[in-house]
Ligand binder design. Structure first.
Ligand code: LIP
Length: 279
């Protein structure tokens, strides 16, 4: 279980070269994605509801090419298949569109997510989550706090002060297979009566940034991948959130629970009591 509340200077944060590069690439990717063709070339991946568009692929190709120009020795892992080995010990973990279903349906909550990890430890070093439709750039670098830049104006991020789970607005998400969704519905049935309300906004990375901003009090989900949470989880922790899996496990595909420190333990307890890390 990790948490690291920090206070930071925005100037020190954006002077960090890896973060500055990630911001520049995320901004360029956002521009590319806002210029939508009429035909998005939709196909499916793991199930009939797991969609991918030509724009996911074009955006990933753009990010990989930009990283290749500026950081040729770093490894890259991307949702749409990028898997490059590096020699620097650093790995970029990218999701060109987190919230592809929202992108397809023109719901604004989709983003470009770019995280930088230390390969040996798996520690997140920097993260950018850019929401192009809302022009919100959420950023963090390890130890330097978390900020959002909205239409050019920076603001430091801080988790909510909610102290009662019964008052908490909780984010979650659902997987793409019916069997996974059935078990997530079972868990939801137990969580929903114990919180103020639930939001399913459709992007893990955006949900994590909303926890960082105190808009959501917490977020949990089973089945998300490294590219979904690499950047957002760092941003949430640097804004004061606590992050963990269940039963003492680290965050991962089985479960991610990220919430303000006052409610994280109670949320974990409900999820553990309902074995939410299993189908
Ligand atoms: C999606 C998430 C969403 C989650 C889905 C999926 P994609 O990512 O961010 O919140 O519930 O299971 O992982 O497929 O849009 O990149």
């Amino acid at each position: 279980m990790t948490s690291q509340p920090k206070h930071s200077s925005f100037d020190a944060l954006i002077a960090e070269p890896n973060l500055a590069l990630a911001m520049q690439i995320a901004s360029g990717t956002g521009k590319l994605l806002l210029d939508r063709p009429d035909d998005l070339g939709v196909t499916t991946k793991s199930t009939a509801t797991d969609v991918v568009t030509l724009m996911d692929q074009a955006a990933e190709a753009f990010i990989v090419s930009e990283l290749g120009k500026h950081r040729p020795n770093d490894a890259i892992l991307g949702e749409e298949g990028a898997n490059q080995v590096g020699t620097s010990g650093l790995q970029w973990v990218i999701d060109p569109i987190d919230g592809t279903v929202n992108y397809l349906h023109k719901v604004p909550h989709w983003c470009v997510s770019i995280g930088l990890m230390e390969e040996s430890s798996g520690l997140a070093l920097a993260g950018v989550v850019y929401v192009p439709v809302l022009d919100q750039m959420y950023i963090s670098s390890r130890g330097l706090g978390a900020w959002v830049v909205e239409a050019g104006v920076p603001r430091e991020l801080k988790v909510s002060g909610c102290t009662e789970l019964s008052q908490a607005l909780m984010g979650t998400g659902f997987g793409y297979s019916s069997s996974r969704r059935a078990s997530q519905a079972r868990v939801l049935q137990e969580v929903l009566p114990k919180v103020a309300d639930i939001r399913r906004l459709g992007s893990c990375a955006v949900d994590l940034c909303l926890v960082a901003d105190g808009v959501l009090d917490g977020y949990y989900e089973r089945g998300v991948n490294a590219w979904d949470h690499a950047a957002g989880e760092l941003i949430a922790r640097e804004a004061g959130a606590v992050s963990s899996g269940l039963f003492g496990n680290p965050i991962g595909n089985d479960m991610i629970v990220v919430a303000n420190p006052a409610i994280h333990g109670d949320l974990v307890a409900i999820l553990e009591a309902n074995q939410a890390d299993q189908d």
